[in-house]
Design a protein around this ligand. Structure first.
Ligand code: HEC
Ligand code: HEC
Ligand code: HEC
Ligand code: HEC
Ligand code: HEC
Ligand code: HEC
Ligand code: HEC
Ligand code: HEC
Length: 440
């Protein structure tokens, strides 16, 4: 007993120092760059397992489910109404508030995937299984975002939204939202496009432009969304039908092209297995030959794109060799903890050199390439992958114009003598950089 008290005193004494030293778990980020960013208040909803702090000001006591309902009917009527309309309320043994939040109001928790997994172990296991396919996946989405160098280093206001989408890994209410937890809601494309939209992943635009998307827009309102996503239940496929067939909570077991940002060999043994899964899916509704033709065209589009992208990468590597990328890597602040870049500054060009964080902090021509690679290329890929061929063709026209402009600029850089001025002090010690480092 005395020993326990002793430890408690020590813990109380060193705690303020830990906090001061930035070691308070609630005041630090997570992931590889945890020391370089601090969570915002919203993060307690996006990654509740790590950041949620129970609200202790207002209510004290341990309550039964009925007591929760009675009080919250007044405090948060919307929540109680949604819950009453849910399968959780209507189950033979209703899933009451404490099942997800606990019963002690001083220790209220917000549920993590593990909380849901106690009653839905198969769904949790399916999502966890995505990890074996590597990135991208829902299960790994949070680490992928916080381990991005630009997440830790970009101005805070520009990365505030990242974890809202990447929280798909750390909570189960992204697609069937709280407190209805309605499977019918999750089956519709609207459940996905809250996150699957925008220039690097225009899944919404490309799907809606396809024959499948047009079919959904025309008649989807009349379909009975209570039916499971299985063969025969829906006339045209939507996002979840294709990527979560039969309710499989596993979105990574078929996709070959890995988000489109790097070249892939679709013929590898593992990718052939994934392809077969796609072909079986298409055969739910189409004659057997439709699938193979479609994927041959997708691979051909990818191959053409990579010819174009590698062409630009060669140009940029040539400029790098001649020291004509200005400011050069040595004149830009390296990403935090990038000790290698401090010792050996080097412009990173392309996926395999780690260009994925080149949103900023690069020379103009590198940024122009980033735009082609990250936005135009990915639009062209998703257009083709989702059957919006016209859209893919338009992205290719845009790509050709961008590639040409980069060629002209590269020529100009070769012909003029490099003169950077005093860029080094501007970037390395400038107000902007220091402000970011202090305020992330
Ligand atoms: C006597 C009234 C009362 C009872 C009983 C009650 N709550 Fe609350 N609850 C509140 C109030 C007030 C808040 C604070 C609302 C706010 O801060 O906006 C709250 C907040 C919460 C929160 C949010 C906590 C957070 O940290 O964000 C959860 C979750 C919650 N209650 C769940 C429950 C559960 C589960 C029960 C039953 C075990 C329960 N409540 C019983 C009044 C009550
Ligand atoms: C099936 C699990 C589940 C049940 C049952 C459940 N909740 Fe929740 N609740 C959640 C989830 C998930 C969240 C969102 C957590 C997050 O954003 O990370 C949440 C959030 C909340 C919040 C915080 C909302 C806010 O905006 O701060 C309150 C309050 C709350 N629930 C009250 C209740 C009450 C009252 C009941 C009973 C009527 C209830 N919950 C039943 C899963 C559940
Ligand atoms: C205490 C056990 C329990 C917990 C915890 C739990 N559920 Fe459930 N869930 C159930 C039961 C029981 C049903 C109803 C099954 C039925 O009606 O056949 C259900 C049904 C569902 C459904 C189907 C709804 C529909 O429209 O068919 C979804 C989706 C769901 N839960 C999601 C969740 C999520 C997400 C969480 C965590 C935030 C969660 N559940 C936590 C027991 C639980
Ligand atoms: C809350 C945001 C969010 C929602 C909602 C969401 N996703 Fe995702 N999804 C993501 C993120 C973030 C990634 C990328 C994760 C990473 O960085 O690896 C992703 C990745 C994917 C991938 C790529 C997997 C791979 O191996 O290539 C597919 C497919 C996918 N989601 C399908 C869906 C479908 C279908 C829905 C709707 C039923 C959906 N998502 C709903 C955020 C979301
Ligand atoms: C609107 C939702 C959304 C926002 C905001 C968002 N992402 Fe994503 N992110 C996604 C989706 C969806 C994917 C996967 C697309 C795919 O597989 O086609 C993705 C993919 C990624 C990937 C590549 C995944 C891989 O494994 O190759 C990284 C890294 C990433 N996001 C980091 C970030 C960072 C850092 C931020 C903030 C600057 C951010 N994301 C903001 C939805 C979002
Ligand atoms: C990317 C979107 C998405 C995410 C994230 C997601 N679900 Fe689902 N969920 C769905 C879809 C779509 C359905 C409907 C499946 C069908 O038609 O059978 C569904 C249905 C369910 C059901 C009811 C079907 C059944 O009988 O199992 C449960 C339970 C469920 N989900 C639990 C979970 C749990 C637990 C998590 C977190 C580990 C989770 N979901 C995360 C999209 C999602
Ligand atoms: C007809 C089936 C189908 C529909 C409907 C569909 N997709 Fe896809 N999706 C695909 C195919 C095929 C690919 C290419 C996968 C590959 O590279 O092997 C793909 C690729 C993706 C990827 C990138 C996966 C990767 O790693 O390259 C994401 C994310 C995605 N789809 C999300 C969505 C969303 C969100 C919707 C709805 C708005 C949707 N899809 C509708 C078939 C479909
Ligand atoms: C649930 C049924 C269903 C599934 C699964 C499905 N499709 Fe379709 N698909 C349709 C319907 C219905 C149409 C519209 C036919 C029409 O307009 O004549 C269509 C149209 C198409 C078209 C356009 C044909 C044209 O003439 O414009 C292509 C290409 C296509 N699908 C490819 C695929 C591929 C590839 C897959 C698998 C990744 C797939 N579909 C999965 C039902 C399905």
């Amino acid at each position: 007993m005395r020993i326990a008290a002793h430890y408690l005193v020590v813990a109380l004494l060193i705690w303020p120092w830990l906090v001061w030293a930035g070691l308070d778990p609630a005041a630090r980020g997570t992931g590889e760059y945890a020391d370089h960013w601090n969570p915002d208040p919203m993060h307690e909803y996006w990654d509740p397992g790590t950041y949620h702090q129970p609200e202790r000001e207002r209510v004290e006591g341990v309550f039964t489910g009925e007591a929760c309902l009675e009080c919250h009917d007044v405090i948060t009527p919307g929540i109680v109404k949604d819950w009453r309309g849910s399968r959780h309320a209507q189950a033979r043994e209703p899933v009451l508030c404490p099942a997800c939040h606990g019963d002690d109001h001083q220790k209220m928790s917000l549920p993590t995937p593990q909380t849901c997994g106690t009653c839905h172990p198969q769904r949790l296991a399916q999502m966890e299984e995505e990890k074996k396919y590597g990135f991208p996946s829902h299960a790994l989405a949070m680490e992928r975002a916080v381990d991005s160098k630009h997440f830790a280093d970009k101005p805070k206001a520009e990365v505030a939204s990242c974890l809202q989408c990447h929280s798909v890994a750390t909570k189960c209410d992204s697609c069937h939202t709280r407190h209805r937890f309605d499977a019918a809601e999750a089956r519709r494309p609207e459940a996905c496009i809250t996150c699957h939209s925008g220039p690097p992943h225009p899944d919404d635009e490309t799907f809606f432009a396809s024959a499948h998307g047009q079919g959904y827009l025309k008649e989807g309102k009349q379909w009975d969304w209570r039916k499971s996503l299985s063969k025969g239940n829906y006339p045209v496929p939507t996002c979840a039908y294709c990527h979560m067939k039969d309710g499989n909570h596993q979105v990574a077991d078929k996709a070959v092209w890995k988000f489109g940002i790097r070249q892939i060999n679709p013929e590898s043994a593992e990718n052939q297995i994934k392809r077969k899964r796609w072909l079986e899916l298409c055969a739910d509704c189409h004659p057997a030959e439709v699938g193979p033709i479609f994927f041959r065209e997708l691979d051909a589009e990818r191959s053409l794109t990579w010819d174009k992208l590698y062409g630009v990468e060669r140009l940029l590597k040539g400029l790098r060799g001649q020291g004509r990328l200005i400011p050069s890597a040595g004149e830009r602040p390296p990403y935090p903890m990038d000790w290698l870049a401090k010792l050996w500054p080097r412009e990173r060009i392309g996926f395999y050199e780690g260009q994925a964080s080149a949103f900023y902090n690069v020379s103009a021509i590198e940024r122009d390439y980033f735009d082609v690679w990250y936005f135009t290329n990915l639009g062209a890929y998703k257009g083709m992958a989702h059957g919006a061929r016209e859209m893919s063709i338009r992205f290719h026209q845009q790509m050709d114009a961008q590639v040409q402009a980069i060629g002209t600029e590269a020529q100009r850089l070769k012909e003029t003598t490099p003169s950077g001025g005093d860029l080094k002090s501007l970037w390395m010690e400038g107000e902007y950089t220091e402000f970011n480092r202090d305020h992330n």
